[in-house]
Design a protein around this ligand. Sequence first.
Ligand code: FMN
Length: 167
Amino acid sequence: MQKQVDYKDAIKTKYPEQVVIAIAKDRSGKANPVTLGWTMIVSAEPPMMAIAVAKTHYSVETITHSECFTIAFPSAEMEKAALFFGSKTGRETDKFAEFKCETQPAKEIDSVLLADAVANFECVLESQVPAGDHMVFVGRVVCSHANQERKKRLYTVGPGHKMGSFS
Ligand SMILES: Cc1cc2nc3c(=O)[nH]c(=O)nc-3n(C[C@H](O)[C@H](O)[C@H](O)COP(=O)(O)O)c2cc1C
């Protein structure tokens, strides 16, 4: 049986939530990673993925400028990187210079991949839709990469960015 409650109470039941790290270059060529929980696959053929980025975030500028972005699935051991990339803004910080995280060049787009991620998807910006206080970016996947080591994915498992993984 259901009881009407506030949105903020009902939405607390959403965990676990997947986490991705999206990366796009800014005008100066600096690659800016951002941690995102609001993401989904939106098309199978052609493969497409969507991310929701707060309109105030620097990543809106980097993605709009470069018209492409990487979506990386961070591995369980990347918790500290995910929290760092999700707490600093690229407007004031060179996140890759301040937090050691191995990257590889992307093959089809002007961005980078995260070497220790479970998988990386190179996306070309297909469309963008304003949605309240966020901007939804839809990317067409033009190249995919999977880690050759078996790794677990990172999730948010509870409020306050409590991170974890599952076997
Ligand atoms: C686990 C986690 C999930 C997050 N999910 C989102 C999200 O879905 N959308 C969003 O706009 N910000 C999200 N954030 C916050 C951004 O990552 C954070 O504000 C970041 O510093 C913005 O960086 P930028 O200004 O370089 O774009 C999340 C942060 C964490 C730690």
